[in-house]
Design a binder for this molecule. Structure first.
Ligand code: SF4
Length: 93
């Protein structure tokens, strides 16, 4: 039986990836406070990722990053052309 990857899920949405999601949360916790995006902005960015065809098992198919980590960094951007993180979800609150 072939297990197909979940194309539209973040790690936090996949119970079988709980250990990896926990490791990712530890990495996110290391981001300095001044470099962190506001919670609402992170949520909007991840909503855009969930709706994006490039999302593959929590990673961005264009840059290879874990989107849940990337979205937490204030200065991060979406690598798609055009970017799927629009001006609304690029800027601070
Ligand atoms: S291309 Fe942009 S919206 Fe799509 S998964 Fe990558 S970071 Fe997210």
């Amino acid at each position: 039986m072939t297990i197909r990857p979940c194309r539209r899920c973040l790690l936090q949405d996949m119970p079988d990836q709980a250990a990896l999601a926990a490791s990712l949360r530890e990495l996110i916790a290391l981001i300095p406070e001044e470099d962190r995006a506001p919670t609402a902005l992170v949520r909007r960015r991840l909503d855009a990722c969930r709706a994006c065809a490039h999302l593959r098992q929590g990673t961005c198919g264009l840059c290879g990053c874990y989107v849940e980590h990337r979205a937490e960094r204030k200065a991060a951007f979406c690598p798609a052309l055009p970017a799927r993180w629009t001006e609304q979800n690029q800027e601070d609150e």
